[in-house]
Ligand binder design. Structure first.
Ligand code: PEP
Length: 252
């Protein structure tokens, strides 16, 4: 059975003290996670060890980094390797977020290298894909997302792909307050699953978790998560407020 995942992407927000408070509020909310349910918290790099410590007694809560570099190690001042993330206890790493693609010019080819390094170091990549507004307006979003999958993920073999989580994040919905409708989300998630089925077979496609991201909040999470091919969410803004994030977790 594929996992249902709600992941918090804090981005470049919160001080360490604020982050600690937020994690404590989440773990103390008394949420009962089902066996197939996972909560993932992706704080900024300097807080990874502290957050790992705070969640250590909560087996359903995992740690993610927000990025890693596309080389193994070496003279890359300011960068963080997949091996380093693994060594501080990260379970997941978000890769290919649209903000990384836009502001740091990450390409599909570079992301393929990051995916390989993450997997080689035992991290589960949360691979973000999704189209900008002009592509949605031109109704070419399927081809756009298919290319992202092909160029960053589809070099993997079936065994490796099993460890990847996909997050569909239409760029026009991220941080804008505009959410994809449940139908738009379901259509794209079903399309992504069909692409995987075509390349890797039906069983592989049914086993992979596909999350929705883009202005998800307590008021729309239930409808989004009720879609057959939506296996949870990657949450930005609403993950910074304990009450909102816990309400989203409870939306399954
Ligand atoms: C994100 O950045 O991954 C995201 C989904 O942000 P928001 O929830 O704020 O739209």
């Amino acid at each position: 059975m594929r996992k249902k995942i709600v992941a918090a992407n804090w981005k470049m927000n919160l001080t360490l003290a604020q982050g600690e408070q937020l994690v404590n509020d989440i773990v103390n909310a008394g949420i009962k996670l089902a066996e197939d349910q996972v909560v993932v918290i992706a704080p900024p790099f300097p807080y990874l060890l502290k957050v790992k410590q705070l969640i250590r007694n909560y087996p359903g809560i995992c740690l993610a980094a927000q990025n890693c570099y596309s080389e193994k190690s070496g003279a890359y001042t300011g960068e963080i390797s997949a091996e380093m993330l693994q060594s501080v206890g990260a379970d997941y790493v978000i890769l290919g977020h649209s903000e990384r693609r836009e502001y740091f010019h990450e390409t599909n080819a570079q992301l393929a290298k990051k995916i390989d390094l993450a997997l080689a170091n035992g991290l589960q990549p949360i691979f973000c894909c999704g189209e900008p507004l002009e592509v949605r307006k031109a109704e070419t979003q399927n081809a756009y997302v298919a290319q992202q999958l092909q160029e960053s993920l589809f070099h993997l073999d079936a065994a490796a792909l099993k460890n990847v989580v996909i997050a569909y994040e239409p760029i026009w919905a991220i941080g804008t307050g505009l959410t994809a409708s449940a139908q738009q989300a379901q259509d794209m998630h079903a399309f992504i699953r069909a692409q995987i089925a075509e390349k890797y077979g039906r069983e592989a496609a049914l086993g992979i978790s596909i999350l929705y991201g883009g202005s998800a909040k307590p008021s729309n999470a239930r409808e989004l998560f009720a879609c057959a091919d939506v296996d949870g969410g990657l949450i930005g803004g609403a993950s910074l407020i304990a009450a909102d994030f816990t309400a989203i977790i409870q939306s399954f």
